[in-house]
Design a protein around this ligand. Structure first.
Ligand code: K2U
Ligand code: ZN
Length: 182
């Protein structure tokens, strides 16, 4: 199975706000997508990636929070079965919003049901960084980017910053001006 790095959509691209559809059949196309998403995540580098971020609007997420970067988890059609009343804060980032980090509060403990690459149903109880990551990726499948958990003022500042970043990249693809400025 050859793997490919996929381009990651950048906020505020409207395609990041599309809702992903359930996967009808876990077949070789979905297994290839998961492999390409994993390759893209490891290269970024990141600890999670949702299909929405690579402009595929189907319910697939990949996660690997291991230090050794060799414990891939794939969630197809994930469903939140339960979430704790207790919340925890974590400084989140996002591969679709490069350079932006801010605190987000989410349920500390969750239970998720999903299909694996064989199409078999499984349940995972998650806490800590794994719970944060799965919730962050499941938000992506609903068309939600983590910055939408922040204040309106912060969102407008981040949008302006991302649009400037996009403009600078367009004006100077090589990034030469930026490197000269360093
Ligand atoms: O964009 C993404 O969905 C990948 C996210 C996943 C994530 C965000 C916040 C908290 C946990 C997971 C990240 O950009 S992956 C980069 C990263 C690496 C280590 C710790 C936090 C974020
Ligand atoms: Zn993200």
């Amino acid at each position: 199975m050859t793997m490919a790095r996929l381009p990651i959509l950048r906020y505020p691209d409207p395609r990041l706000h599309r809702k992903a559809k359930p996967v009808a059949q876990v077949d070789d196309r979905i297994r290839q997508l998961a492999a390409d998403m994993a390759e893209t995540m490891y290269e970024a580098p990141g600890i999670g990636l949702a299909a929405t971020q690579v402009d595929v609007h189907e319910q697939v997420i990949v996660v690997d929070i291991s230090e050794t970067r060799d414990q891939l988890m794939v969630f197809i059609n994930p469903v939140l079965l339960s979430k704790s009343d207790s919340l925890s804060d974590y400084e989140e980032g996002c591969l679709s919003v490069p350079g932006v980090y801010d605190d987000v509060s989410r349920p500390a403990v969750i239970e998720v049901q999903a299909l694996d690459l064989a199409g078999e149903s499984f349940v995972v109880r998650a806490e800590g960084l794994l719970a944060v990551c799965i919730q962050h990726e499941m938000d992506h499948l609903q068309g939600k980017v983590f910055v939408q958990h922040l204040s309106r003022l912060k969102q407008s500042r981040i949008r302006a910053k991302m649009l400037k970043q996009e403009k600078d990249r367009a004006d100077d693809p090589s990034g030469e001006a930026a490197s000269l400025a360093l």
